[in-house]
Write a protein that binds this ligand. Sequence first.
Ligand SMILES: Nc1ncnc2c1ncn2[C@@H]1O[C@H](COP(=O)(O)OP(=O)(O)O)[C@@H](O)[C@H]1O
Ligand SMILES: [Mg+2]
Length: 218
Amino acid sequence: MLELRQFTKKYKDKLIFQEADFQAQSGEIVLLTSKSGKGKTTLLDIIAGLKTWEKGDYFYKGQTYLLEDDEAMSAFRSQSIAYIPQDFALIADYTVRENIVLPFLYSSKPYQAEAEIDRLLRTFDLEEVGDSKVRKISGGQKQRAAIIRGLVVNSPILLADEPTANLDEDNIQLVQELLLEQKEKGKIVIIASHDSRLQSIADQIYRIKNQKLIIETK
Ligand SMILES: Nc1ncnc2c1ncn2[C@@H]1O[C@H](COP(=O)(O)OP(=O)(O)O)[C@@H](O)[C@H]1O
Ligand SMILES: [Mg+2]
């Protein structure tokens, strides 16, 4: 289980979370939703250990992660986190395939994903652009490439920030199926999105309201 207890996050004087609570279990899809600008991306960044917070405790698998312990946090990140960011974070001068294998260069995990990458490129109709530079592909193709990169890392926690923002209905359906596949593997899947279509695959929905995380019933 992953848990943030009574955590507070500010940017200068701007309060984003105030003593908020968040939990996610293995084998569960958690949808984090709100209007834009309320803190969805901020929360994913905190969970990934990419942003610090002011107050509160972070627990994962019986271990407590402390704010000030950068080293433990970055080890946790490389072991446990796969992140599909809102802005894709693809390198424009690398090919789609080169971008997809990039996380393995920074991870302690062995690279055994060739067949899985081929399967996902086919699934997402990206085979033909696999060897094209990212600067030459469309926004929707970039979104799908970023999703594949997040899926093949095979980390126990998958974070996806607005993964359907640039996709058509057919591809949204595919993303839903692939996220369910990740859940079936026992991962913790946390999706930040204002797309209500993703509610159907969520086991738990949190809405950010008044700097708290409110559990919403489906
Ligand atoms: N690095 C930052 N410095 C200052 N303010 C930030 C920073 N990142 C985000 N914000 C602000 O925090 C709020 C929440 O942002 P964000 O987490 O991106 O929201 P969401 O993903 O829900 O749209 C916004 O008002 C945004 O402008
Ligand atoms: Mg965001």
